[in-house]
Design a binder for this molecule. Structure first.
Ligand SMILES: *Cc1c(COP(=O)(O)O)cnc(C)c1O
Length: 417
């Protein structure tokens, strides 16, 4: 089986991490090294997770209760949950599927006199052009936050210079993972100072928690490698477990109760050391190779196949999503040929405020209903990619149906490209 789930970390990194948990480390030096990876070291704020930094930001920015925060309609559910926790109202902004950018018309529809901020998520490795959104935000006096958790491409993109906050995640399933940790860039020095002040009062996460994490992902990484994964999948089948569910659950951070207590921690020293190592040593060539592989697979696919971001200017292929009329049929066909595709995603819709039902993001909903992620690891040879593309081409109406463009044209949603 060519498995979809990959952890973008080497065995040598994991061993380094394990060794670091037993070593005395110079925290100030590590933070200095983390800051100086970026173009604006003075704006950089390392923390335990994107969710930690995002929560801190709303805690110190002090918007009046009931203020509205416009958000890319698709994101992980914890993001709108955090916004709501601070007494603010998340408002979904639908995305244009061909670019995965918030549609300008949808922005106009969602904005209200109570709007104070907009959070733009760069999804699947597609980078959304920020210029039009920055212009829009300027006209409406909105704070701009960029969620680059799925969009890390090294120094190639550090966020729009005028964005107020830019967030990068190094959680387990992310590019260049440190199995945790995040970097925020905060433009306003006063706001950054207040975030740091509050952060300094957080308890530091125990090193042993990070050691446990390293061991857990060592096991998962081994379980996802060929040929062990075949054994794992066969075992799951016999026991009637859903291997896809097990892997997805295992890869989620901070599950269970006490969510806010758990994100409100400072990163332990060994995690900072791992972040330094991953940032400074991550080979740009690896990203270039991933992009080349993605473009190669795009070229192999049937032309009528729909793909989120098919017209995006920059796609770094963190994952490879396609849209299918009948996802279960597509997944079953690929599985029979040894390709582990899935429609399981950690993304959910940002809930629509009850008093504004017309803002329900129909296109984002359609993407969630139809998305299939293809296995796309670097161990998959071109020959296998070609075979997968041929299988897809043979799927006919299971693959292609009503196009999202048609849905738009029929007036399901008033967005145009
Ligand atoms: C992973 C992810 C996050 C959360 O990042 P953490 O560092 O795990 O908190 C936020 N937004 C998106 C879109 C993500 O994919």
């Amino acid at each position: 089986m060519w498995v979809r789930m990959r952890f973008d970390i080497g065995w040598s990194d994991i061993l380094y991490g394990i060794a670091s948990t037993g070593r005395l480390l110079d925290r100030r030096r590590l933070e200095w090294e983390l800051r100086h990876y970026w173009t604006h070291p003075e704006q950089i704020f390392p923390c335990l997770s994107v969710r930690t930094g995002f929560d801190l930001f709303w805690a110190v920015v002090g918007l009046p209760a009931g203020s509205e925060v416009m958000m890319t309609a698709l994101t992980i559910p914890d993001m709108p949950r955090i916004v709501a926790h601070h007494g603010l109202t998340p408002v979904p902004v639908d995305v244009e599927p061909s670019t995965m950018a918030p549609g300008l018309q949808m922005l106009e529809r969602a904005v209200s006199p109570r709007s104070r901020a907009i959070v733009v998520a760069h999804l699947f490795g597609i980078l959304v052009p920020m210029e039009p959104i920055i212009d829009f935000a300027r006209r409406h006096h909105l704070l701009v936050l960029e969620d680059c958790a799925q969009g890390f491409i090294g120094r190639g993109y550090e966020g729009h210079p005028e964005s107020d906050v830019v967030m990068f995640s190094f959680g387990p399933i992310k590019t260049a993972t440190a199995l945790g940790g995040a970097i925020l860039r905060v433009r306003d020095p006063e706001l950054l100072r207040r975030m740091q002040e509050r952060h300094a009062q957080y308890p530091r996460q125990d090193r042993r928690a990070y050691l446990k994490r390293l061991l857990k992902y060592a096991v998962l990484k081994a379980a996802c490698s060929r040929p062990i994964c075949d054994l794992v999948i066969a075992t799951c089948r016999m026991a009637e477990w859903d291997h896809d569910q097990i892997i997805s659950n295992a890869a989620r951070g901070f599950p269970g109760p006490g969510f806010f207590q758990r994100i409100r921690c400072q990163p332990p020293d060994p995690l900072l050391a791992m972040l330094v190592r991953r940032l400074w040593n991550y080979p740009e060539a690896r990203l270039q190779e991933r992009i080349a592989r993605g473009s190669y697979l795009v070229g192999l696919l049937p032309s009528e196949l729909q793909r989120p971001g098919n017209r995006a200017k920059m796609h770094s292929f963190w994952v490879f999503p396609i849209l299918a009329e009948n996802p279960p049929a597509v997944i079953a066909t690929l599985a029979r040929a040894g390709f582990d595709a899935t429609s399981r995603s950690s993304l959910r819709l940002v809930p629509t405020p009850e008093n504004r039902p017309h803002l329900h993001p129909v296109l984002s909903q359609a993407i969630l209903d139809r998305v299939v992620f293809l296995p796309f690891g670097r161990e998959i040879p071109p020959r296998a990619l070609r075979q997968m593309a041929e299988l897809l081409a043979g799927l006919g109406s299971h693959l292609t149906g009503t196009s999202l463009e048609e849905m738009v044209a029929r007036g399901v949603s008033p967005i145009h490209a």
